[in-house]
Design a protein around this ligand. Structure first.
Ligand code: AMP
Ligand code: FE
Ligand code: FE
Ligand code: ZN
Length: 286
């Protein structure tokens, strides 16, 4: 019963529409998939419709961008009430700030002679899409400056790049509180993925746990075996469950659906803890 609780669609920086992500999940033989776009619920309706047709159970979620003293933290939030205003306000604010920040990065790059314009980057994203560096990468691929998102992230788009600009994001402890207030279940995404940039100390995760964090995404391709072990041990010490997920982005990343999975027991805990009235979409199987 493969369960994959972390995927992205064109509502954020995935390359496939949310109904296509669900179709790919069916093809990959998953029984349960969660859609967790960055800072938006926009992909939910089409995913719900597709899940019913294709016979894959769907967990509605979101990956909340957070920032702890300048260190990026990603918080997965499952089964949240999309109308809960506290969380919604923070997502709106982060999405708005992402637009300004992408414009600023593109200005800096263009001023240095890199072939990219704001219009070209916008053209890579749909209406209402959460903008991110991957959309700049796609424009750079289109202009022939790089061959892939990966190549762009290895160079001009990396965290330490001279073109890097940060964006507004809530503190992770506050975000945990807001997810719980929205009736959802907060799980910290790839907590020790040091290859992506700085990660927070265990003390921050302890404070998130005190605020209501439910789990750690221990099994993720951006973790080394030692980082997975550390996540599993820290989760046990703090009374958190662990998940495993692909962080699928369609053609935008090598991550394959189902490459890491979560146990049915942990999914049952997520369902038990949710108080939003947003249920797992369960479908009859052929
Ligand atoms: P941003 O949220 O705009 O700061 O951009 C970070 C996003 O870029 C993450 O959510 C990743 O999905 C994506 N990303 C990071 N590194 C890479 C990479 N090497 N190739 C493709 N996508 C990446
Ligand atoms: Fe992403
Ligand atoms: Fe993430
Ligand atoms: Zn993600």
């Amino acid at each position: 019963m493969p369960i994959d609780l972390h995927t992205h669609s064109t509502a954020s920086d995935g390359t496939e529409a949310s109904e296509v992500v669900v179709a790919q999940a069916a093809r990959a033989g998953l029984d349960v998939v969660a859609l967790t776009d960055h800072d938006t619920y926009a992909g939910w309706p089409a995913a719900v419709a597709a899940a019913g047709e294709l016979g894959v159970d769907l967990v509605r979620g979101v990956e909340v961008s957070c920032s702890q003293r300048g260190i990026s933290v990603h918080l997965l939030a499952y089964l949240v009430d999309p109308e809960a205003s506290g969380l919604l306000h923070e997502l709106d604010r982060a999405r708005d700030s992402r637009v300004t920040r992408i414009d600023r990065m593109v200005e800096l790059m263009a001023a240095d002679g890199i072939p990219v314009t704001i219009d070209e980057v916008r053209a890579q994203a749909g209406v209402g899409t959460t903008m991110g560096r991957p959309h700049i990468a796609d424009a750079l691929v289109a202009s022939g400056f790089v061959r892939s998102r990966d190549e762009a992230f290895a160079d001009v788009l990396r965290n330490g790049s001279r073109y890097y600009v940060s964006h507004y994001a809530p503190d992770p402890v506050r975000a945990v509180e807001l997810v719980r207030a929205a009736g959802g279940v907060p799980v910290m995404a790839h907590p020790f993925a040091n290859g992506r940039g700085w990660t927070v100390d265990d003390s921050v995760i302890e404070r998130m746990a005190d605020a209501g964090l439910a789990g750690l995404e221990a099994h993720h391709r951006d973790h080394t075996p030692a980082e997975r072990t550390h996540a599993v041990e820290l989760a046990a010490r703090l009374g958190l469950f662990v998940t495993g997920s692909s962080d699928y982005h369609g053609a935008g990343k090598e991550n394959r659906l189902g490459e890491n999975t979560t146990t049915p027991e942990v999914l049952a805990q997520i369902e038990e803890q949710a108080t939003s009235g947003i249920d797992v979409v369960r479908v009859a199987r052929a």
